[in-house]
Design a protein around this ligand. Sequence first.
Ligand SMILES: NC(=O)c1ccc[n+]([C@@H]2O[C@H](COP(=O)([O-])OP(=O)(O)OC[C@H]3O[C@@H](n4cnc5c(N)ncnc54)[C@H](OP(=O)(O)O)[C@@H]3O)[C@@H](O)[C@H]2O)c1
Length: 254
Amino acid sequence: MVAKSIIVTGASRGIGRAIAIELIKKFNNNVIAISRTQKDLLELKQYVENDLKGKGKIEIVVGDVTNERVIEEAIGKSIKLWGKLDGVIANAGVLPIGKVADCNIDEWKRSFDINFFSVIVLIQKSISQLRQNKGVFVTVSSGSANKSYCGWCPYVAVEEPDIVAIALRPGIVDTEMQRFLREKGMELGMSRSEYDQFVNLYESNNLVPAERPAHVFASLVSSAGEGIDSIKHLSGKYFSWDDLEMETHREKVI
Ligand SMILES: NC(=O)c1ccc[n+]([C@@H]2O[C@H](COP(=O)([O-])OP(=O)(O)OC[C@H]3O[C@@H](n4cnc5c(N)ncnc54)[C@H](OP(=O)(O)O)[C@@H]3O)[C@@H](O)[C@H]2O)c1
């Protein structure tokens, strides 16, 4: 299979880092990794260049996904280095915890800019490349998403017959985001029973390792181009990484 060129946002740690590594290590694809923390992106680049030699390549873009110029730089780099952009995984996100009555509205707006509006900009700026290359756009969604939150995704799928757009929930994953929730969730207003569910998952070793959903994201986006027909029926839909429909995209665990 020809190497695909894929943008992964929020690749400095957690699920995004795991997706970037799966794309390079298991699917031999090339990745443009975006996040704000230069040190972590450089460490990832070094890991890929030293330990995954002969696999896909990586280039980094340090910046905030809410900055349009950062998105343009990432798309520009993909085209300059590898002649195209085949896929995007919109993973960067923050978890705003707090009660409506107490929350700081500017922080709330900021979280919408990161979690929602930056994804719209990402679609707008990448769409011409994705159209040309039978591309795939996957958003890292969440179990807490409701229909209106992820409702934009089916529109892209309806309007753009040449691309596949999917919203995928990664499960409850063992990353910094979960650590933050365990450390601050109660003081920021979570209910005791919901908070305890997350803590229990952690303490019983039942959080999902990032590599498992990462493989599903990487497999889906690697179907861009010649493999697009095999995932067309998934377009415009919302799935969980462990749904039956994702079985062929999960790595077999022996
Ligand atoms: N962990 C879970 O259980 C879980 C469950 C459902 C959905 N998710 C979703 O999965 C995605 C990844 O979560 P995670 O658990 O891996 O979280 P994480 O460990 O906190 O990582 C978040 C990533 O997003 C990047 N990021 C955040 N704000 C950014 C911004 N403004 N510009 C650029 N990059 C930004 C961070 O990098 P920098 O800080 O370096 O910028 C980091 O690489 C999120 O969208 C989250 O909502 C997670």
